[in-house]
Design a protein around this ligand. Structure first.
Ligand SMILES: [Mn+2]
Length: 308
């Protein structure tokens, strides 16, 4: 049997953990010896979901065995894969982010512009006619609801809505209640240090010649984070120096009011933000109404400017 290790990105979010767990079930059904792993500590939202659905947390990914290959879910950029990975070991990519790699050999690659990788895995279950348990259906719904911010993010597609409805025929979840609990868990700062706030949902990107870090904190209680702004900015500056970033940005996303405070740690970031987003800077931050998605509303715009 072909052995495949399934893993999401570093600083895993809910979608990257859930899509790995669900892909393990899908690919086991397709004749693989599939194992879900995680590439880092998980956030409070993910912990809440796995506990609620009584699902075992995947183990941390470790060095690969000779006969194992890797399926990347919810990412494909080299800067986001787990540290020890030789990219030549990647045999599969299932993702909904921009494709940013070239491979030496043909691989299985399923990339769609859809709201979550969980949506894509759900779609693959349905396409292949593989039966979903109630728990797996609930799990996939959580992934979709998390990544699309309950279908409100501009990344949401008609298909996400249809898949969610179809899954709920099996899952029978009270979506409103579940989402409220999920977002509460996501917003909780229980056991979360300032370092955790910037690290938990942080990604780095190559934009033109530049290395750019963009962290995000999605919350229903932005004030709980904004009171720590000065400390967060100091931590971001330390991170920028430590890993030699050219720019670092941090988004505090208000899930309910659908807006973002973009923290700007220095003059370079301020200049770039003014050019790209044309907002007003007030006390090291720029208010961006309607902006909630790093993938769709921050990264492409920065990349375009920095690639000129
Ligand atoms: Mn995702």
């Amino acid at each position: 049997m072909k052995k495949v290790i399934i893993v999401g990105h570093k600083n895993p979010d809910t979608d990257s953990i859930i899509s790995a767990i669900a892909a393990q079930e899908l690919f086991s059904n397709l004749g693989f010896e599939a194992q879900a792993r995680r590439a880092g500590e998980v956030n409070n939202e993910t912990k809440f979901i796995l506990k609620k659905l009584d699902i075992v947390m995947p183990d941390l990914v470790t060095a690969l065995q000779e006969d194992e290959t890797v399926m990347l879910v919810d990412h494909n950029e080299e800067s986001q894969v787990f540290d020890q990975l030789d990219y030549n070991k990647v045999s599969h990519i299932i993702d909904h982010h921009k494709l940013a790699v070239k491979t030496e050999v043909p691989i299985f690659c399923r990339v769609e512009s859809i709201g979550s990788t969980s949506s894509l895995i759900a779609k693959m279950f349905f396409e292949r006619g593989i039966e979903l348990s109630q728990k797996t259906a609930q799990l996939l719904m959580s992934g979709i609801l998390s990544d699309t911010l309950n279908l409100t993010s501009p990344t949401t597609t008609v298909e996400d809505k249809e898949l969610l409805e179809k899954l709920n025929e099996i899952a029978e979840l009270n979506i409103d209640v579940f989402v409220t609990e999920m977002f509460e868990a996501k917003s909780s700062l229980d056991g979360i240090s300032v370092e955790d706030i910037i690290r938990i949902d942080y990604k780095s990107f190559e934009m033109g010649e530049y290395n750019v870090g963009v962290g995000t904190w999605e919350t229903t209680m932005p004030e709980s984070v904004s009171t720590k702004k000065a400390e967060i900015i100091q931590a971001l500056i330390r991170e920028k120096e430590a890993v030699k970033l050219d720019y670092v940005f941090f988004m505090v996303v208000d899930i309910l009011k659908q807006n973002c405070q973009l923290y700007l740690v220095g003059e370079k970031e301020q200049e770039l933000a003014v050019k790209v987003f044309a907002g007003k800077i007030n006390d090291d931050e720029m208010f961006l109404p309607g902006v909630v998605s790093r993938k769709k509303q921050i990264v492409p715009q920065l990349t375009e400017m920095l690639s000129k």
